[in-house]
Design a protein around this ligand. Structure first.
Ligand code: SF4
Length: 659
């Protein structure tokens, strides 16, 4: 086993261009415990590279590989590659075995009808599931425990299925048949697994990590972390470290405090917050407004009659203790507990910890959902490094993979060089044939707020018309915002699609995952030559422009309509100010420009997913020409600028598709 290397695991006939070289580099860097960042377009084969580079080290040093992705379908893809490796080993070197399991959160794996009907957030589900188990009210869990007691090793519960890498979907189906809890069966099996594929939350969310490490029976320093599509981790890390309260959560708190006869001051505290939020909801004229955290704290505790922060802190601690007694009493009565009181106490303990720190921002946020205003008070974490660095420090090593990441920005925002480990950056060259990629920036389109006029949208539509006319099958149009999407609809995109005999599909905000899946499947089904193709109108940063692949004719051309800057909200401005301070005046680049270009880069890569794919990418906003250096390298090297002339896009695109 000491002599094994990446070649023992590579299941294909031959390496693609650069694949072997990159694999060797990652293998070497990981042995040296360096952090590796691989920036490589789709089609490079990043998954097989990472698995082959890391498995020898994992087996030699008995380390677990935690392979983290954003979506279930990405996890499934990892298990498929691992299965190829496992089959290859069975034939070539049966003495080496690799197994693996993809896992999902409790809400996605649970079969208990009561828990599912409550539609809870992950942390609440954890608590409710705990109560159901303690009260012996979950038959799936009881069946599993009974089964486990019949076997020495949990893997024997389903030996056939579990002798190979297993996807969560297969495990759930098996458990449905046998009436077992898939979530806990997967946890019982984790200890036996060489590779675990999961969402980033399992490692980066401290509540989930603690449990997870217990189940895998390993310390983090015995784990190799792989962060697939790692550009997502930046926002995920700040989200995990943020918190909010809403009138809905406060009303449930108040009800619990009244039922369980809390000291009156606790109820008064919640009533003060509730009435404050109700007043704010009526008076707020913008979606977001900064709260001066220190003043607000003073205002709250003064209203409660306290003269100093310590007295308020004691109240919040008492509230936390009281939440535990509520929970225990509910549990003893066989009730299901939703711990909003504990969450309220944690929110204020965090406020007290962070109100003087400049890496947090405090605000009211007002959203409209189905026409109704919903208000919240939020604590917004600004610095991803607070969550990321301790993990990167502690793990054995980590490999970061992305097709669109900007290594310089990522390195800074994730604090890779501050983690106490050396760093190895690898930028792969494009695996695509030049003749298969057409990349265009159109001149003459300006979607800045002041320029969004009727004539400008008419001009955009005439250029979109030229792209649709030149493209044989499907076209994706990803707009900078829903405002631009709606303006294209109002100005007649449907008649342009119809004129070109293509059906228009429009992504709407608030569609459920299954409604959206129907929309996308219908769009894809129009790709055959007999059906003449279709147009999908969506937004950058949405699930169809980032989580969905459109290989082959599913999307021939993609248009990025407008430069997808986020609205300059107070929280974005706070981030810019903070990043200016901690990243040497890079606030605007890191907090404003980079996320926008990242959204455009993600959307622009949708049609080119496989080596043989052919695709056209059209950036429709003059600002892309100014910022072209930020566009993904594999696209940038093919870029041409098309002048603002009638027919110029047809002249460039038609021969690409039809000659
Ligand atoms: S034990 Fe399993 S099936 Fe039962 S509530 Fe918890 S996650 Fe759901």
């Amino acid at each position: 086993m000491d002599k094994i290397n990446y070649l023992d695991f590579f299941p294909y006939e031959q390496f693609r261009r650069d694949q072997e070289d990159i694999t060797k580099k990652i293998e070497k860097a990981s042995i040296e415990k360096k952090i590796t960042l691989l920036a490589a377009p789709n089609g490079t084969g990043k998954t097989i590279i990472a698995l082959c580079a890391l498995l020898p080290l994992s087996i030699r040093n008995n380390l677990k590989i935690i392979y983290m992705c954003r979506t279930h379908s990405q996890n499934t893809r990892i298990i498929k590659e691992l299965t190829k490796i496992s089959d290859f080993l069975k034939k070539k070197t049966p003495q080496i075995q690799v197994n693996g399991l993809s896992i999902r959160g409790r809400n996605e794996m649970c079969l208990n009808e009561t828990l599912l009907s409550l539609k809870l957030k992950p942390k609440e589900s954890m608590s409710v599931c705990g109560d159901l188990r303690k009260n012996k009210n979950c038959r799936y869990f009881l069946n599993l425990i009974k089964k486990r007691s019949e076997y020495d090793n949990p893997i024997d519960i389903a030996p056939d299925l579990l002798s190979e890498p297993v996807d969560a979907e297969e495990l759930i189906n098996l458990c449905k048949d046998k009436k077992l809890c898939p979530y806990f069966l997967s946890k019982f099996l984790l200890k036996e697994m060489r590779i675990i594929t999961c969402n980033y939350q399992w490692i980066f969310n401290p509540f989930i990590r603690e449990n997870f490490l217990q189940f895998i029976d390993e310390e983090l320093n015995n784990c190799i972390l792989v962060l697939d599509e790692c550009h997502n981790v930046i926002d995920m890390a700040t989200d995990i470290n943020s918190d909010r309260i809403t009138p809905y959560s406060l009303r449930i708190c108040l009800k619990d405090l009244e039922i369980f006869r809390s000291p009156s001051i606790m109820q008064r505290f919640v009533k003060i917050l509730l009435s404050h939020l109700e007043k704010k909801k009526k008076s707020l004229s913008v979606a977001e407004i900064e709260i001066k955290a220190e003043n607000f704290l003073l205002q709250v505790y003064s209203q409660l009659g306290f003269s100093n922060l310590n007295d308020f802190k004691n109240l919040v601690r008492d509230l936390h203790t009281f939440s535990v007694s509520i929970h225990d009493e509910k549990l003893a009565n066989g009730d299901i507990s939703r711990d909003f009181v504990g969450a309220l106490a944690e929110f204020w303990l965090k406020w007290i910890r962070c109100y003087l720190r400049d890496n947090y921002f405090f605000c009211y946020n007002l959203k409209r959902v189905k026409g109704k205003p919903l208000i919240s008070i939020e604590i917004v974490a600004l610095d991803p490094r607070d969550v990321v660095i301790p993990i990167l420090k502690e793990c054995y090593t980590s490999v970061h993979l992305s097709g669109t990441v900007n290594p310089y920005v990522y390195n800074n925002l994730m604090g890779l060089r501050e983690s106490g480990k050396s760093y190895k950056g690898i930028v792969a060259s494009s695996p695509f044939k030049k003749e298969n990629i057409k990349a265009i920036i159109t001149e003459g389109v300006d979607t800045r707020r002041g320029s969004r006029t009727g004539p400008m949208f008419k001009k955009m539509l005439s250029k979109i018309d030229e792209v649709i006319y030149s493209t044989p099958a499907n076209i994706g149009i990803f707009c900078a915002s829903y405002k631009i999407l709606n303006a294209l609809v109002t100005n007649g995109i449907e008649s342009i699609a119809n004129k070109n005999k293509k059906q228009l599909f429009i992504e709407e905000p608030g569609l459920s995952a299954s409604e959206n899946a129907f929309l996308v499947n219908d769009f894809k089904s129009m790709a055959s030559p007999s059906r003449n193709g279709a147009v999908l109108l969506g937004v950058c940063g949405g699930r169809n422009s980032e989580g969905e692949d459109y290989p082959g004719d599913y999307m021939n051309s993609v248009i990025i309509a407008g430069f997808p800057y986020h609205l300059p909200t107070p929280r974005v401005n706070a981030k810019i100010k903070y990043y200016d301070k901690v990243f040497d005046k890079q606030g605007w680049n890191f907090a404003y420009l980079y996320p926008a270009v990242q959204r455009a880069n993600q959307a622009s890569g949708r049609p080119i997913r496989k080596l043989k794919d052919k695709g056209a990418i059209i950036f429709m906003d003059f600002r892309f020409k100014q910022k072209y250096k930020w566009i993904s390298e594999w696209i940038r090297k093919e870029l041409e600028v098309v002048p603002d002339k009638k027919g110029a896009l047809i002249k460039s695109l038609y021969p690409f598709w039809h000659s």
